[in-house]
Design a protein around this ligand. Sequence first.
Ligand SMILES: Cc1cc2nc3c(=O)[nH]c(=O)nc-3n(C[C@H](O)[C@H](O)[C@H](O)COP(=O)(O)OP(=O)(O)OC[C@H]3O[C@@H](n4cnc5c(N)ncnc54)[C@H](O)[C@@H]3O)c2cc1C
Length: 596
Amino acid sequence: MQVYTPPLRDMRFVLHELIGSEALKELPGCEEVTADLIDAVLEEGAKLVTEVLAPINQAADLEGCTYENGVVRAPKGFKEAYRTYVEGGWNGIACDPKWGGQGLPASVTKFIEEMMCSANLAFGLYPGLTHGAYLAMNHHASEELKEKYLPKMVEGVWTGTMCLTEPHCGTDLGLLRTKAEPNGDGSYAITGNKIFISAGEHDLTENIIHLVLARLPDAPKGVKGISLFLVPKFLPTEDGRPGMRNGVLCTGIEHKMGIHGSATCQMSFDGATGWLVGEPHKGMRAMFTMMNSERLSVGTQGLGVGEAAYQGAVAYARERLQGRALTGAKHPDKPADPIIVHPDVRRTLMTIRAYNEGCRALSGWVARHLDIMERSTDPEERQRAEDFTALMTPIVKAMFTDLGFENASLAVQVYGGHGYIRDHGMEQYVRDARIAMIYEGTNGVQALDLVGRKLPAHAGRFLRSFFHPVLDFIDANLDDPEIGPYMGPLSKAFGALQLATGFIAEKGMKDPEEAGAAATEYLRLFGMVALGYMWARMAKLAAEKRNEPGADIAFYDAKRATARFYFERLLPQVASLWGAIKAGKGSLMALDEAVF
Ligand SMILES: Cc1cc2nc3c(=O)[nH]c(=O)nc-3n(C[C@H](O)[C@H](O)[C@H](O)COP(=O)(O)OP(=O)(O)OC[C@H]3O[C@@H](n4cnc5c(N)ncnc54)[C@H](O)[C@@H]3O)c2cc1C
């Protein structure tokens, strides 16, 4: 049995104490987002995921989706769970009230997302994609399209998809072949084959709205010739009901490693009627609105699975009796001690814990910037927040999902053979977590985005949105009695990040392969420094808070101890990452292709 309890205490710590939920009220549209309201939303969300989504996670993994003659059925319980989810108003929590949403800020909704990913990642993909499609349409579609589709998508009675991938084109969308021919009445006929389309077909809702990348007849070659189209499964009638069936069909589903409850569909578009979203040939721009949001959400998937895996591992480590503590029996009344006494098991648990809590804090910080970027009335503040979010998106996507997979694997290790077999549901976490490193742009491609686009952007302006607060923090806390000792390791790691940035800027300018060769290690190094900064801030805050009257001392002291673990046992990895970066591309590119 999987065990999962939403970590509400930690979420409240990040939101209220670390990031400061009070400041949310100053943003337009958030005036009524009080701490009480936030806590009520988190608690209701926790109820939803523990009572409705978590109980069907393992069975759905075993059963998977089924396909028959173009019809796809989600696993048992998904339809009912989806109805409960929609009736509870959850689908629209992050959407504009203009379309029926609740307009809650990302600072709050990110935590609901995390809980859903922990409880049932496969289920979460259906609403997750709808939200991405909603965002792309809200930013780029005509008012007419918005009015027709968004209220239904926000309510959740229609879901959305993103149809980019084709059999011969995944990362390199410039190769895309799907065609769009004008029908002469403002609509287009879309023809082509898409693969790997999440939620492309299913039985949860009465209609499915596909956002499809395709080429117009006069399109230039490559990514500059791609446009975005809205293609509904059923063409809506005048009064907004699903009408005639459109020329889009699911021709099969994939049998895959994990997320079995999520239908991964092959889709055939055969002259399907669609409408342009945004400008002709500017489809990648419109799709990026969706993809950027999805990338941050995929990062949250890594964190969510990592948290669920951690909780399972802790529960098992407390109850599994094997061997004796190295310093002598801790539980002499029992035939053996629980494995949580062993230093190596502790190392494993502490590693997962430190990464999860660090990522949750970083996620909260990024979400705060998302809210500022979308809502602030101050253009300069908005710009800074946008810079920061753009910089952090590949880091959150790639590092959180790498860690989600690593953490799930570590959690299996805590169970020994009992983690590898199915019963406890731990191996499911490993399988489920793996895809997040691949979709929404592989993690290798995220690293290239960081070094190739984000570092050089506006002569390093994006970088400054991170470098400045970290430098200021280090300077201000060198003598702090609690975290002063961490400022040495943090500034050393930060120094390595600066050196690595300079190295890539200089070498990469002359030889782009040098930047490509350094990219993955650089992204992890950057992420480790970002987590270090979050851990230092958390440790400082915890030291202050523990002394307040009535404080939850155990919670704050656990934070401080975990911070210490991060600085002593995890942050030192930065040195080896920097070592690998400065070695350059030589050994990577040395072998002739034929030798492999
Ligand atoms: C379960 C699942 C769900 C999915 N859902 C969707 C969906 O809803 N909609 C959708 O459109 N797609 C979806 N995808 C597709 C997914 O986004 C792609 O699989 C992904 O983008 C990678 O493309 P690819 O598989 O063709 O790999 P390729 O592009 O062939 O890449 C193969 C390898 O080469 C590397 N590589 C490729 N190009 C470069 C480069 N220029 N530089 C360095 N390395 C490179 C990659 O990092 C990767 O390791 C899904 C896939 C799966 C498996």
